[in-house]
Design a binder for this molecule. Sequence first.
Ligand SMILES: [Cu+2]
Length: 302
Amino acid sequence: MKHFFTIIALASTLILIPGCASSRKSGEISDSTTTNSQEHHSMGHGETPLSGHSNSHQRHSMGDMTDEQHSSFAQAKLTISQNITPNTPVPLLIDIKDAKGKAIANFDTFQEKLMHLIVVSDDLETFSHLHPTYKQNGRFEVEANFSKPGSYTLLSDYKPAGQSEQVSLLNVEVPGTRSSTPKIDLNRTKMFGDTKVNLAFYQPRLKAEQNVTLMFNLKEETSNQPITDLQPYLGEKGHLVILKQSSPLTAADYIHAHALNDTPAGQVHFMTSFPQPGTYKVWGQFNRKGKIITADFWVNVE
Ligand SMILES: [Cu+2]
C-alpha cells in the first residue's frame, strides 16, 4: 500500500422508504463492502419541507425524507492523488455524479456552503468539518489532514440544484500501525482551549426516537462567566453533528442539528432525536469571534 494512487468511492446504498413515519426504524442501510473503486449510491437526507424558521431546529437525517426525496439520489467518487501520511495535508477530489454516472454540475448553497464535508476516524476520535471548493463539472476539492493511521469515513453533504440534500459516504484508509481505541469518556464538562463547556439535557433520560434538547453552556475559563463573544457560524448560533458509534458507519448514523434561537447568553441549544439506542458522539461547533470551537462529548442513548 505504499503507492496510494487510488480512486475510492463508497457510499451507502439507495433504499426506498414508503414514508416518514416508518423510516426511522427501517432506516438501516444494507451497507456495502468497503472495496476500493466501487461506486454506490447515496441517500438523500433532506430536510422536511416545512416553511418558515420554525423548523430550523429540525433534525435532518434520513428519517425526515418525503416520498419524492427518495427518488433523487447522487453518488460521490473520491480521488486521492498521493500517499496518505498521518499529519500531512492531502488533497482530495470529490466528484458528484448522478445515478447514471453523469457529472452533476449545479448545486444549491445551504448553510452558506455548497458542500459540507465531515471527516471522522471510525473510532470517532478525530473530527473535522470542511468546506470543499467547487471547481467545475461536479468536482469539489479540499485538503484534509488525517492525524493517525486507521480507517476514516467522509460524509459529504450537498444539494444538487433543485433537489434535496444528499449525504454520500466515502472511505479512506491511512496506512500504519493503529493505536488502541481510547476509553469512552462520559464527562459532561470539558475544556476546549479557554472555553469551559458543559453539556446538559432538558430531558432526564435520553431515549431513542424521542425529541431531546441538548444544551451547551459555554463559559470563560478564567471568570467562569457565560461567554459574550459568540457569533453566528454558518448562519446559525451553532452547529451540531452527531454520529452513532457503528461499524461500518452509514448515512443513518449521521445527524446534523441546528441551533434553537432565543437562548440565554453563552448557551446554545439543539433539538434532535436519536434514531436508535446506542453510544453516540456529538460535536457542537461554535464561533467565538472568528475562532471555531469544537466541543465533543460521548452520549449514551437508551
Ligand atoms: Cu459545513
